[in-house]
Design a protein around this ligand. Structure first.
Ligand code: GLY
Ligand code: MN
Ligand code: MN
Length: 461
């Protein structure tokens, strides 16, 4: 990968800092899992966005004059024998396009010098434990030199505000990776569906972890580095637990399986949910609820386009679901009234309690403000009908081409008075990833079917 892309991003950041500003971006720390064994390292997304560099123990400094300095692990033959290749500061300028590079061992010595005579320091707030006090320590060292004529930065700014806006719009390079990640994940879902039907046909004992293993296999075979988040493989009633994980529960014919899983490829996440009958055939009540969730997703997809608001797909979803809940008898008209009443009183929350999407990018719940930045002053207040709390709302974000979001409506039916028994314990979510375009959106996850008939056909194969 050419390093021009990262250099351009750093130049855009530099332009925001002001001539005498300085930005500091560490990568993620390594975290111990247990004795002598760390969790698999995942670089910090902001750091990677600006460097393309995946080694741990590294820092980037950008100054308002457009110069970038990297601190990274020094070459060390003995450590490299144990831990693997390191780029090292000598090779870094050529490989990464930074203007200077030093050993990370010099960070504490050199940072006060880099901070001297700057007016403002920018770094990501509330992301890295201890970073605020570390910066404070460096600033103290600069202050100790003001008697000799040094200037110490008087302002501190949150660099996330700058980087979040940049990351919110995915460029062609990012979109291309996200399409490839989506294709790998879609294939993994197809394989998990087929495995479930095949194992049940063969009379085998199927467990949630078998399907999880199939997902992981396909992710890695596709070149993905790891899952983008902990996969959910939820059989039967487990689907009604929103943050369930893949566990040991049996996958039984006649029940649904909800899989929410996506791979991370070259630092970009995909995020797909499919719900399918374990043996490949929907029952009548399952199909009725499934088709309702799908219709609500269709409505959300139709509402996703440049110029629409981030909330529009959610509102479209809720409208379809509210009417469907009445039509299917999940909610009693005599008690809750019309679909508009169901929406006004949030009665639908009993079965649909999450939002319909989120930004997707390097992080599965990607950064970026959900509020329209040009309308920050337009605050409205309303009382939440369920909690009674006063909620202050600002106009939701206007969608632009290149934004990427998920569209993921669901229904989760726990047994309760008045809820038809046929629907008890059914949990359904359908989730696709969408790139916003000028006149609609591109669904990049549709290599795995979503219509009930198509899922049944696939699982028969
Ligand atoms: N897999 C996380 C989510 O759907 O938001
Ligand atoms: Mn999601
Ligand atoms: Mn998901």
């Amino acid at each position: 990968m050419s390093n021009t892309l990262y250099a351009e991003r750093r130049a855009r950041v530099a332009a925001k800092l002001g001539r005498d500003g300085i930005a500091i971006v560490p990568t993620a720390p390594e975290r111990p899992r247990n004795r002598d064994s760390d969790f698999l390292f995942r670089h910090d997304s902001y750091f990677y966005y600006l460097t393309g560099f995946t080694e741990p123990n590294a820092w980037l400094v950008i100054t308002g004059d457009g110069r970038s300095t990297l601190f990274c692990a020094p070459k060390d033959l003995e450590r490299e024998i144990w831990d693997g290749y390191r780029l090292g500061p000598q090779a870094a300028p050529e490989v990464l396009g930074v203007q200077a590079a030093h050993s990370v061992a010099e960070l504490d010595t050199l940072m006060p010098r880099l901070l001297e005579n700057r007016d403002a320091v920018w770094y990501p707030f509330a992301i890295h434990d201890g970073l605020e006090s570390q910066v404070g320590g460096w600033l103290n060292r600069v202050r100790a030199r003001v008697r000799y004529g040094a200037l110490c930065p008087e302002e501190q700014h949150d660099l996330c505000a700058v980087l979040d806006e940049m990351r919110l719009i995915k460029d062609a390079h990012e979109q291309d990776i996200m399409r490839r990640a989506a294709r790998i994940s879609a294939r993994a879902h197809v394989r998990a569906m087929q495995l479930s039907a095949r194992m049940l046909r063969d009379g085998r004992d199927v467990r949630e972890y078998h399907l999880d293993a199939e997902l992981l296999h396909e992710f890695r075979m596709g070149g993905s580095q790891y899952p983008a988040y902990s996969s959910i493989v939820a059989a039967g009633a487990n689907a009604c637990v929103l943050h369930y994980r893949a566990d040991t529960a049996p996958v039984r014919a006649g029940e649904l399986v909800l899989i929410d899983a996506g791979c991370e490829l070259d630092s970009y996440a995909s995020d797909i949910t499919r719900t399918f009958p374990a043996d490949g055939r929907f029952t009548g009540p399952q199909r009725a609820l499934y088709d309702l969730v799908l219709a609500s997703q269709d409505a959300a997809v139709a509402a996703t386009r440049a110029g629409a608001r981030f909330n529009d797909p959610h509102d479209a979803t809720v409208k379809v679901l509210a009417q469907g809940m009445l039509d299917l008898g999940l909610l009693d008209r005599n008690k809750v009234g019309t679909a508009d009443d169901v929406i006004d009183t949030r009665a639908y929350f009993q079965f649909y309690m999450h939002r319909t999407g989120h930004w997707l990018g390097m992080d599965v719940h990607d950064c970026g403000s959900y509020v329209e930045p040009t309308q920050l002053g337009e605050v409205s207040e309303r009382k939440d009908p369920l909690s009674g709390e006063v909620i202050r709302n600002r106009p939701s974000r206007i969608l632009q081409p290149g934004m990427v979001l998920t569209i993921e409506p669901g229904l989760y039916v726990r047994p309760a008075e008045g809820v038809p028994e046929a629907f008890h314990h059914i949990g359904i979510r359908i989730e696709d990833d969408a790139i916003v375009t000028a006149d609609g959106c591109e669904l990049i996850t549709r290599d795995v079917p979503v219509r009930a008939d198509e899922i049944e056909a696939l699982m028969r194969g």
